[in-house]
Design a protein around this ligand. Structure first.
Ligand code: ADP
Length: 338
């Protein structure tokens, strides 16, 4: 099942084409943009590479986009990879030795690097060198390879899962939070124009309200709305058509999709509102626990529909009300009031 934030290769291609290239085109996140601008300008003035930096926050909020923007703004090349893709130190060695002064190495899902690769990376980050072991046993030799001064940009959905030594090697940390509807509406209007389409601001605002604070979802929902308007109308997106399109997609007024509602309902019906452990919940839903933690839960936590406690997940009375689940006095132990 493809949830709101998951990406298929086709989806990835379209989202890539929609990426803003410069910092000025990047919508919202004003605070972060302001700080980043100062950092980049200072590095440019000193003619030095930017410090290693880490972006953390839920998927689809623009971490990869920012890494590419940094490389464009600094006029350097970017090499993009992901934690799980780096299996052997030899792979990383090849990448590192090909980086030039100021180039960006972008590692997505950096919390998923293996401990061996992480350790291999430490001297590269700190002293711009790597110790590479050749041969085995009595013939083993450590070759010290110097590197050019590059910048590591890491992205993670789980800052808490990063090992302390790795975290300490970043000079800059930026948290990316969910976007308010006004910023998402602006992103939707920009996307419409890039796709040679049009959406009025009222409809854009409605789609934005249902985009779970996430640009990637906003872009995806806009395309569903556009398709619907082309098939069911004359191609122009009206508020009514947009609403019908999203209803048909199973996206409700708060942007919750089938999986969100299923999760909430299961906690309410099976577990009396909670608390329920994430593994038990994943098993009941037949989903990976990681999918729930990375893709589904963050927005439900953000809007106060789910609470994470030491004993497990709990669902709020407000969520029950949104789903129209009747509360039978006292039987739903876990329900909490926001
Ligand atoms: P992440 O790396 O955090 O998962 P991405 O950088 O891949 O997210 O962004 C997902 C999509 O959302 C991209 O296609 C990009 O076009 C769009 N996007 C993200 N942030 C912004 C923004 N601030 N302004 C405009 N579009 C954005």
């Amino acid at each position: 099942m493809v949830t709101g934030s998951q990406v298929t290769p086709e989806e990835d291609k379209i989202q890539f084409s929609l990426r803003p290239k410069r910092l000025d085109e990047y919508i919202g996140q004003r605070d972060l943009k302001g700080k980043l601008k100062v950092t980049l300008e200072a590095a440019q003035a000193r003619k030095e590479p930017v410090e290693h930096m880490l972006f953390y926050g839920p998927p689809g909020l623009g971490k990869t986009t920012l890494a590419h923007i940094i490389s464009n703004e600094m006029g350097s090349k970017i090499y993009a990879t992901a934690g799980p893709a780096l299996q052997r130190s030899g792979d990383l060695m090849g990448i590192l030795t090909n980086l030039n002064e100021g180039d960006i190495l972008f590692i997505d899902e950096i919390h998923r690097l293996s401990p061996t690769i992480e350790e291999f990376l430490y001297p590269a980050l700190e002293d711009y060198k790597v110790d590479f072991v050749v041969d085995k046993g009595a013939f083993a030799k450590v070759i010290n390879v110097p590197l050019k001064r590059f910048t590591l940009v890491g992205a993670t959905t789980r800052a808490g899962s990063l090992s302390a030594p790795l975290r300490d090697r970043f000079g800059l940390y930026y948290h990316i939070d969910f976007y308010p509807p006004d910023d998402l509406a602006e992103i939707i209007i920009r996307t419409a124009s890039l796709l040679n389409s049009y959406i009025d601001s009222e409809s854009a605002q409605m789609v934005a309200m249902r985009s779970r604070g996430t640009p990637r979802i906003a872009n995806r929902l806009f395309r569903r709305v556009r398709d619907y308007a082309e098939v069911k109308g004359d191609g122009r997106v009206t508020l009514e058509l947009a609403e019908r399109a999203l209803d048909a997609e199973g996206i409700d007024s708060l942007g919750l999709d089938n999986l969100d509602r299923k999760l909430l309902k299961i906690v309410l019906d099976y577990y009396k509102g909670g608390p329920v452990g994430i593994e038990a919940l994943a098993a009941t839903l037949n989903e990976e626990a990681d999918t729930l933690v990375d893709m589904v839960e963050p927005y439900l936590l953000k809007i106060g529909f789910v609470q994470r406690t030491r004993r497990g997940r709990m669902v709020s009375a407000e969520a029950a009300k949104h789903l129209g689940v009747a509360l039978s006095g006292g039987s739903q132990q876990g329900l909490f009031d926001k």
